[in-house]
Design a protein around this ligand. Structure first.
Ligand code: HEC
Ligand code: HEC
Length: 192
């Protein structure tokens, strides 16, 4: 983590010719990076929380069960993603994974992503457009999307999901780098 003093030095160094790589449109390279990002975002460990309707999903190769979350769990009448009264996510999802097979997974602050951040059953092109749209990605630049993936605890869970669950491909750091490389290549989306 850079201190603000270090950041100033970095910015000053940029002025003397050491700035971050400029964006150079390179669709072939960019789409190759996007494929890596898509493999992660569309994976059940991520997409199960990125849904547009009321219900988190239970799905994936290690989930031979109904697709909607059990117990009729919903995002919550207040729209918060933390669940309905009496069925808050944190009633069952604690700060760490249950060690029991099919026990509730957990990290601090477990809740559903806002409905506009939907990836579940969306095409690669649709997910790509969502990630780039500040109206639907929480007002983030692509650099901020990348650092969210590198630093967020809910995201990190996708690579440490508890017993019996397939982990997301690659790692948080590799996905962070893929997002930055994709952005530097002009952030192309498939099909256009
Ligand atoms: C437990 C539920 C949960 C899981 C699992 C989860 N997310 Fe999220 N995700 C959220 C919530 C909640 C937000 C909104 C946070 C915010 O805007 O500050 C979010 C927002 C995001 C965002 C920023 C908004 C956007 O759409 O660009 C990215 C990127 C993201 N998640 C990536 C991932 C990735 C990658 C994985 C899997 C490795 C993952 N998430 C798994 C709940 C989850
Ligand atoms: C009554 C207890 C309970 C409540 C309340 C609950 N969950 Fe769960 N949840 C579970 C259990 C148990 C599992 C694990 C199921 C399994 O492994 O077969 C689970 C699994 C999940 C999964 C699947 C993770 C994966 O990819 O493997 C997601 C996503 C999820 N819950 C989200 C939520 C969200 C979001 C809320 C609140 C809106 C919530 N849950 C509320 C018990 C609960």
């Amino acid at each position: 983590m850079l201190t603000s003093a270090a950041m100033l030095v970095t910015l000053a160094a940029g002025a003397s010719g050491q700035e971050a790589p400029a964006t150079v449109a390179d669709p072939a390279r960019g789409l190759g990076e996007w494929e890596k990002i898509h493999a992660v975002f569309s994976h059940p460990r991520c997409a199960n929380c990125h849904v547009e309707d009321e219900h988190p999903r239970w799905s994936g190769p290690e989930f031979p069960v109904a697709r909607h979350h059990g117990f009729n769990v919903g995002r919550g009448a207040d729209g918060s993603g933390f669940g309905n009264a009496g069925q808050r996510c944190t009633t069952c999802h604690f700060d760490s994974n249950s060690s029991a097979l099919h026990g509730p997974p957990g990290v601090e602050g477990w809740h559903l992503a806002p409905a506009e951040m939907v990836w579940w059953q969306k095409s690669s092109a649709e997910i790509c457009a969502q990630i780039k749209d500040p109206e639907r990605n929480g007002g983030r630049t692509l650099e901020e999307v990348a650092t969210h993936v590198r630093d967020d605890k809910l995201v990190a869970w996708g690579w440490a999901p508890g017993p019996g669950r397939e982990v997301a491909p690659g790692s948080a750091q590799e996905t962070y780098e893929a997002i930055r490389n994709w952005s530097a290549a002009g952030a192309p989306c498939p099909g256009g």
